[in-house]
Design a protein around this ligand. Structure first.
Ligand code: GDP
Length: 325
């Protein structure tokens, strides 16, 4: 484990890839090793700019990340691209899984791209991505991009692990605005209207005006930062420098009253609670007596013979009686 940790800390890509594979494993002995590894490298983590990037499929996320990533590496920065996609299967060609995405960035020695851990619950995928973030930071990456697709709760999950959340939108008709959920708008620190080029430029400008209006109705996440709307063309590489400047301004604004550190502290606390809850639920489900009683209670609840509350109480009592003994 010391050797692997040293490799990660030295920025060795192979050691980093092996370390990530280790934290992604759910085998009990691997978990123990992963914990030891993370303990060794965690003091060297936390120095990256953590960015979340979301948007529905087709909006241009991979094209944008490719352009943005190359913009950053051209400035001498090291970029890691991670993903949170609970629907991803290793072979399913889901986000970042497809090798043809971000082809140029993937060949860049200062970029490291890792597909979403596959399988399991959103919580499990998120945990492994958080731990991977610690590893890439310890390996010296300056910017971590966490990509997610607009499915279910994944945006909230990603927003909870990054400093700043970018929402990519495409120029669309007037009904575009109704299509995106208000909840997702509320997470955004920066809205990027992508594909602001060629014939789409006019529509992109109109969309930007609409979104600026919509943002005005939403209570900002941070007292020190009002979310902005920017135009970009990932294909032509326009607007990228302005977005990077905005990211700098965001960090400066939040740094002023220690808000960025406060955000990270709160995220760490929430993560601990999530781990605690997940661990308890797993232990409960793995408990032999609970497992035996569970189908019966479920059936009684479904049939209306027991209330969900009473059934939950009974199962919890069973579990706690077990652990006390
Ligand atoms: P993703 O599914 O969100 O990752 O989207 P992709 O990056 O795969 O892009 C979807 C489609 O939109 C592709 O055909 C891209 O070539 C196109 N696209 C992406 N960015 C731009 C852009 O800035 N301008 C234009 N005109 N098309 C773009």
């Amino acid at each position: 484990m010391t050797e692997m940790a040293d490799g990660v800390l030295a920025g060795n890509r192979r050691a980093l890839a092996r370390a990530i594979t280790l934290v992604e494993s759910s085998r009990a002995d691997h978990r123990e090793q992963a914990k030891a590894l993370l303990e060794k490298v965690v003091p060297s983590s936390g120095n990256a700019v953590r960015l979340g990037i979301s948007g529905t499929p087709g909006v241009g996320k991979s094209t944008f990340i490719e352009a943005f990533g190359q913009f950053l590496t051209a400035q001498g920065l090291k970029v890691a691209v991670l993903a949170v996609d609970p629907s991803s299967k290793r072979t399913g060609g889901s986000i970042l899984g497809d090798k043809t995405r971000m082809e140029q960035l993937a060949r860049d020695p200062n970029a490291f791209i890792r597909p979403s851990p596959s399988g399991g619950t959103l919580g499990g995928v998120a945990r492994r991505t958080r731990e991977t973030m610690i590893l890439v930071e310890a390996a010296g990456y300056d910017v971590v991009l966490v990509e997610t697709v607009g499915v279910g709760q994944s945006e909230t999950t990603v927003a909870d692990m990054v400093d700043m959340f970018l929402l990519l939108l495409a120029p669309g008709g007037g009904d575009e605005l109704q299509g995106i959920k208000r909840g997702v708008m509320e997470l955004a620190d920066l809205i990027v209207i992508n594909k602001a080029d060629g014939d789409l430029l006019g529509a992109a400008r109109r969309a930007a005006t609409e979104y600026r209006g919509a943002l005005g109705l939403i209570r900002p996440k941070h007292a020190a930062w009002r979310p902005r709307v920017r135009l970009a063309s990932a294909r032509e590489g326009t607007g990228i420098d302005e977005i990077w400047r905005d990211i700098g301004k965001f960090r400066d604004a939040l740094a002023e009253d220690d808000a960025l550190e406060a955000l990270r502290r709160e995220q760490a606390r929430a993560w601990m609670w999530q781990e605690l809850i997940d661990g308890l639920v797993q232990a409960l489900i793995a408990d032999a007596r609970v497992a035996k009683a569970l189908p019966d209670w479920e059936e009684r609840v479904a049939a209306g013979d027991a209330t969900p509350g009473a059934a939950a109480d009974a199962l919890r009592e069973l579990f706690l009686a077990q652990t006390k003994g």
